[in-house]
Design a protein. Sequence first.
Length: 319
Amino acid sequence: MNRKSIAIMVVCAMIVPGLQFAPSVSACSVLVLTSHVDFGNGTYSGTTVIGINDSAKLGLSKEVTDVWTASQPPSRERHVMAPIYGTHKIFLYGGLFWGEDKIIWNDTWYYDADANKWYRIITDSGPEGRDSHAMAAFNDEPKILVFGGENVSNKETNETWIFDFNATKWTREYPTNAPKAGFEYAMAMLQTTDKAVLFGGCSNSRIGFNETWIYNISDNEWTNANPINHPDGRYGAAMAPVPGDDRVLLFGGWNATKRSNDTWIYDYSDNNWTRLAPADAPPQRFYLGMASVYNDDKVVIFGGGGFPDQYMNDTWVYD
């Protein structure tokens, strides 16, 4: 393990001559630093100097945050990204890597578009590693909602987590009810309320769910909407908010026997799904990318694929 990978876990360090830190009391473990570069551009909170001269130690009451330990996150797939409100930053969490061993990542990163750099965020605690989870960004503050996914034991979860970017803190929420444990859901935040819509997903049986759930951020409550009309069960579909509205658009997915290319709109006010019939539609696909165009009434999809080894690179715009 190199010095930088150790530094992201450190809660105490040897002081190098010439470095100055503000004092405060804390318990700690020990790591020798040979240069201020070992801490990258970390942020320190609550430090204490223990001892003097070259043998002095630095105690940290809070772990180092925002440490840039690499040029970018390690290779992975089935991770999720979301914009961070009020910033030019993109949030990334989790995913998996297939190599000699299967790695389920639990690291947290953000990309700063202004600096054109990736930064790793080190937190005191957070979700265990997972992939194929659902994620949505808050509309009015720099927070991210994460739900479900498949963990390091290949077990489905139905945990609800919120990441606060300003506080660099993960918080697990414990709502009374929650959707079924699973992964590969479609989820998006309604743009006019503090609520998220979640649809579909699956368990390890690969049978697509067909339930529609609403998460109320203010009340920390999941509610099964039970609309009369809804898409058939599926996973690997894509969802995006309709700009400036309380509706979401759903496209594609896999229902265990076939790929889909149907287009649906969910209206939160009416609690109703409506299947649309555009004159031209993208070919059937799942595992696609989809996002709304900011301040414009358009949704863009790219790529996707299906079995066997069929991948697409086309771009479609829904207006």
